[in-house]
Design a protein around this ligand. Structure first.
Ligand code: TRP
Length: 463
């Protein structure tokens, strides 16, 4: 453990902008481009989008600041950061459990994230081959169904993506990614704009816009709240100490409120942009908005298949999505990786391979849940994929986020938090305490209870 100097033993981001870039790299990924649109489609559109915005900016952003500040204060892997802080401030050792759950969540999330990222790899190749030129909605649907129905092909793409991830994390985060992030991210935004332009001219844009923003209370259920909350955590890489481990490498002179606000804003814009690009295609082609995880893989080939240079743009788009997925995937293992390196003095590459194999084994369950085990449910209603997704996104992330907020607000000395955040005014301090100590944790607690036990509202839990 390193307790004295204000640098992390794992290296540091070279500047605050490179931290923003890395954190945006972690935040922007399949969560924005793949998950957000299909969750919006499956949860009634505007009801989901509005609640997602509320939970993001009222609940998740303060928690993002808390995670980064805890990380920067401790300067080690999440487990050791929390150990150092509880020792220094004489708090209970139980808080360290948060980091253990975080590491577990990271591995579980990567196990299925890498499966979906493998789909992007496959579509990149398919696009380049011109397979989607002039494609019809029916063929796009069938292509996806045939692809996910083939466990071997799916498994192969999964392994390829995981191997790439392991190679990159084995080499070290700072060196390998700062330079490529700088080019690929802006390029991805640019291509998203091209798709957005296509959507606007497709004739389905106003319907898509209404679907995403015409809010009606009647569409809101307790599960909408829980799914939106989970998505806010997921898309900001929050609640599994991932941002805490990235925070450990942030230079002391960077402003935490400023950088985290930028990260949240960029990530949210990408999510909304992806929705506005995908839904016009859904409506113009009479596709089903609530079709689930296949949404992006059925709609976008349609758009690319009908635009000029579509094969090239399509190839580039799925290449960039795969890249965005890699920059997110590497952040999921960072808490576990940094911990194992610290604890056992092991080499990064050996630890990376071990984690990769673990994710692969768990991920096989997800691969099979789209074909051979499609009818098998873990809890009576969810396939293996849906169950792991629900467990991590809707339970572990919010619970860990809540605990970290409470830790930050009520267990860390005021002076530490104030100096980390650069807060000097009293009223701003109270506002911060109100949010991180009361509003955000309370909101998470209420949404969790309502979402997981809807019977509480109707008062028929025993029945
Ligand atoms: N935020 C990423 C995305 O939207 C996924 C991700 C990266 C993540 N690190 C995480 C999700 C940590 C939860 C926790 O694609």
């Amino acid at each position: 453990m390193n307790q004295d100097e204000d640098v992390s033993p794992h290296g540091m981001w070279s500047s605050r902008w490179l931290f923003v870039l890395a954190a945006v790299g972690s935040a922007v990924g399949l969560g924005n481009i793949w998950k957000f649109p299909y969750l919006t489609g499956a949860n009634g559109g505007a009801a989901f989008v509005l609640i997602f915005l509320v939970t993001t900016f009222i609940v998740a952003v303060p928690m993002l600041m808390a995670e980064v500040l805890i990380g920067r204060q401790g300067r080690n892997s999440p487990v050791n950061t929390l150990r150092i802080l509880v020792q220094q401030h004489r708090r209970s050792g139980w808080w360290v459990l948060i980091a253990w759950f975080g590491m577990l969540a990271g591995i579980l999330i990567l196990s299925y994230y890498s499966v979906a990222a493998g789909w992007a790899l496959y579509y990149m190749v398919m696009m380049a081959s011109g397979a989607f030129d002039g494609v019809t909605a029916e063929v796009a649907n069938q292509t996806f169904a045939a692809f996910t129905g083939n466990p071997w092909l799916l498994g192969l793409c999964h392994v390829i993506f995981l191997t790439l991830t392991v190679i990159i994390i084995g080499k070290g985060v700072v060196r390998g990614l700062e330079s490529s992030n700088r080019w690929f991210m802006p390029l991805l935004f640019l291509l998203l704009l091209v798709l957005l332009g296509y959507g606007m001219m497709s004739g389905g844009f106003s319907e898509a816009f209404a679907f995403m923003f015409d809010f009606k209370w009647v569409d809101v259920t307790t599960s909408t709240w829980l799914t939106a909350l989970g998505q806010s955590f997921f898309t900001l890489s929050l609640g599994m100490c991932c941002m805490m481990s990235y925070g450990a490498y942030v230079p002391s002179n960077a402003s935490i409120p400023g950088t985290t606000a930028a990260i949240a804003l960029i990530s949210t814009l990408v999510s909304i942009g992806a929705g506005l690009a995908i839904f016009p295609i859904v409506f113009v082609n009479g596709l089903e908005p609530a079709q689930g995880p296949g949404l992006m893989f059925v709609t976008l080939p349609l758009a690319f298949g009908h635009m000029s240079f579509g094969a090239l743009f399509g190839f580039l788009f799925f290449l960039l999505v795969s890249f965005a997925a890699i920059t997110s995937a590497i952040s999921m293992t960072e808490p576990a990786l940094a911990y194992l390196v610290e604890e056992y003095n092991a080499s990064r590459s050996r630890v990376a391979v071990t984690l990769g194999v673990l994710c692969w084994m768990i991920g096989v369950g997800t691969v099979l849940s789209f074909n051979v085990l499609a009818d098998f449910t873990v809890d009576g209603s969810r396939t293996i994929f849906a169950f792991i997704d629900h467990l991590t996104q809707n339970i572990i992330l919010p619970v860990c986020g809540l605990l970290l907020a409470v830790f930050c607000a009520w267990r860390l000395p005021r002076l530490v938090v104030q100096s980390q955040l650069g807060i000097r005014s009293r009223s701003i301090w109270w506002l911060w305490q109100l949010f991180i100590g009361v509003v955000s944790p309370l909101a998470v607690a209420v949404i969790l209870v309502m979402g997981l036990f809807p019977c509480v509202l109707t008062q028929d839990c025993g029945a």
